[in-house]
Design a protein around this ligand. Structure first.
Ligand SMILES: CC(C)(COP(=O)(O)OP(=O)(O)OC[C@H]1O[C@@H](n2cnc3c(N)ncnc32)[C@H](O)[C@@H]1OP(=O)(O)O)[C@@H](O)C(=O)NCCC(=O)NCCS
Length: 254
């Protein structure tokens, strides 16, 4: 992502097959690039001051925020939803506080007026990813790579037979990376189709290698892309289209 002549940030660098999100710019200088059919945009941020975003949230979002027990969890929620609103507003060229959301049957949020863009939000620790598409279903998932004692158990319980076979054939030292790639690819897909965890995770298969691939029964074509947001995060983007060009980058929320 390069600064334009007026110090504005856009249009986002093309995201290659390694999924690297390069370049960085402040959210305050963000100017939404045109989001055309056949493209998906993905923006990644870490941290941010909740005080800057709180006034953008509606009563329902604030009520959800206030249900968190720990202040840092509340702060992360406020920043994630404030960033989502800020980005959507930039793409729509309108005020972030005026956006209204509705939820699908399984919880997938969308814009109430149906005008788009379509979007997906993911947060893990203080990392936030927002993915957007003009007219394709989209799902994004990021995870902070971290030690997990129950990793092998999760694979045994929730992954498909092919995924289990591939994962347990790996030497233990390579399993952590494989787990997070598999997990984020599966989660990006179930978020893309809008079913979330209502879609049994063992009912379809992804791979842990590059490029990312998916085998699922859905009639519509889906493509999966690996994301490397940096800072120890890994992610995946699922788009309901046969092919897609991805652009994006990293934003600092201040
Ligand atoms: C969405 C889901 C797949 C993954 O969530 P996660 O790993 O905890 O967290 P992520 O940060 O990656 O994604 C959460 C975001 O996905 C979005 N989301 C929620 N339900 C979704 C769905 N069915 N499809 C797509 N996106 C969804 C929301 O924007 C949510 O953000 P919010 O919680 O701050 O409002 C999972 O929470 C889910 O299936 N939720 C819906 C059903 C449910 O709550 N089931 C209870 C557990 S069985």
């Amino acid at each position: 992502m390069k600064a334009g002549p007026a110090g504005e940030y856009g249009p986002g660098a093309p995201v290659g097959s390694d999924g690297a999100l390069s370049g960085a710019g402040p959210l305050t200088a963000f100017r939404a690039p045109p989001l055309v059919s056949g493209e998906a945009h993905v923006w990644f941020a870490r941290g941010g001051d909740p005080g800057r975003f709180e006034s953008l949230l509606d009563a329902e979002e604030l009520a959800r925020a206030d249900r968190f027990v720990f202040p840092e969890h509340r702060a992360r929620f406020v920043v994630a939803h404030g960033l989502l609103r800020s980005l959507l507003a930039a793409y729509r060229d309108g005020p972030p506080g005026a956006l209204r959301f509705v939820e699908g049957r399984y919880g997938k949020p969308s814009l109430a007026d149906g005008a788009g863009p379509r979007f997906s939000l993911s947060h893990s620790e203080d990392g936030i990813a927002v993915a957007l598409a003009r007219d394709a279903d989209i799902g994004v998932d990021i995870e902070r790579v971290r030690a997990m004692k129950d990793r092998d158990d999760l694979v045994a319980r929730f992954f498909s037979e092919d995924e289990k076979e591939a994962y347990f054939a790996l030497p233990p030292a390579r399993r952590e990376q494989a787990f997070f790639r598999l997990w984020t690819r599966k989660e990006a897909f179930v978020k893309g189709i809008g079913l979330g965890f209502s879609r049994p995770l063992e009912s379809f298969t992804v791979n842990a290698e590059m490029p990312a691939r998916i085998g699922a029964a859905e009639a519509a074509p889906w493509c999966l892309h690996h994301l490397s947001p940096g800072d120890g995060f890994v992610g995946a983007l699922a788009v309901g289209a046969a092919s897609v060009t991805i652009r994006g980058g990293r934003l600092s929320c201040g």
